[in-house]
Write a protein that binds this ligand. Structure first.
Ligand SMILES: Nc1nc2c(c(=O)[nH]1)N[C@H]1C(S)=C(S)[C@@H](COP(=O)(O)O)O[C@H]1N2
Ligand SMILES: [Mo]
Length: 189
């Protein structure tokens, strides 16, 4: 297969799986862990850990692209498709954007339309193994068509918004959208 079509501009393929995040790896308490859907929804929704893990899982395979320049091809993820989670939620018509919330208050934003894509999932496993804590256990988002910083590790909730709002890295100057194929790394790219 011709890999050049799979590698966005100025990215280098790595076989490794680098670990990148702001701050410390959080400590997770499964007894109090929940996953919340709030903001512009008809009814707020939350799942505890067991309820979340009992949602229907699927396998998805994709390439990931970090804004710092590495890409990792052929990742196999197991998890709950975003579409499956959202099938339990009634979104208000004025909702157009998402804020994704992680353990400890880290966040990232993206359009609702991009969040709802078929290939997106809340992953529990990578390449056949349970996620390690440093890669986002017990649950991480995977949004393969945007730079990997939109793929929140230790994800705890999603907020539906009418307007786009900057998340953690976006407030620090990263692009509001982050399309790797257009090299949208920083706000003025
Ligand atoms: N909660 C949280 N999720 C995060 C981040 C973070 O700082 N906090 N960093 C993002 C960035 S910049 C990248 S490149 C990927 C890295 O994921 P990895 O450590 O599993 O490779 O996680 C993303 N998700
Ligand atoms: Mo990143």
């Amino acid at each position: 297969m011709n890999n050049t079509k799979r590698i966005p501009p100025d990215q280098i393929v790595t076989e490794k799986f680098p670990v990148l995040h702001a701050g410390q790896v959080p400590s997770i308490q499964l007894e109090t862990w929940d996953f919340r859907v709030f903001g512009l929804v008809e009814e707020e929704k939350s799942w505890n850990y067991d309820a979340m893990m009992s949602l229907k899982k699927e396998n998805k395979s994709n390439d990931i692209h970090c804004v710092t320049g590495w890409s990792k091809l052929n990742n196999e993820w197991t998890g709950i498709p975003v579409k499956e989670v959202m099938s339990h939620v009634k979104i208000k018509p004025e909702a157009k954007f998402m804020m994704i919330w992680a353990e400890g208050g880290w966040n990232t934003n993206l359009p609702l339309e991009d969040f709802m894509r078929e290939e997106n999932l809340f992953a529990t496993h990578h390449n056949g193994e349970p996620l390690t804590l440093e890669h986002g256990w017990p649950l991480r988002l995977v949004i393969p068509h945007l730079y990997f910083w939109k793929s929140a590790k230790w994800v705890r909730g999603i907020e539906l918004l009418a307007e786009d709002k900057a998340g953690y890295w976006e407030r620090a100057g990263y692009h509001m959208y982050g399309d790797p194929w257009k090299s949208q790394r920083y706000w003025n790219d």
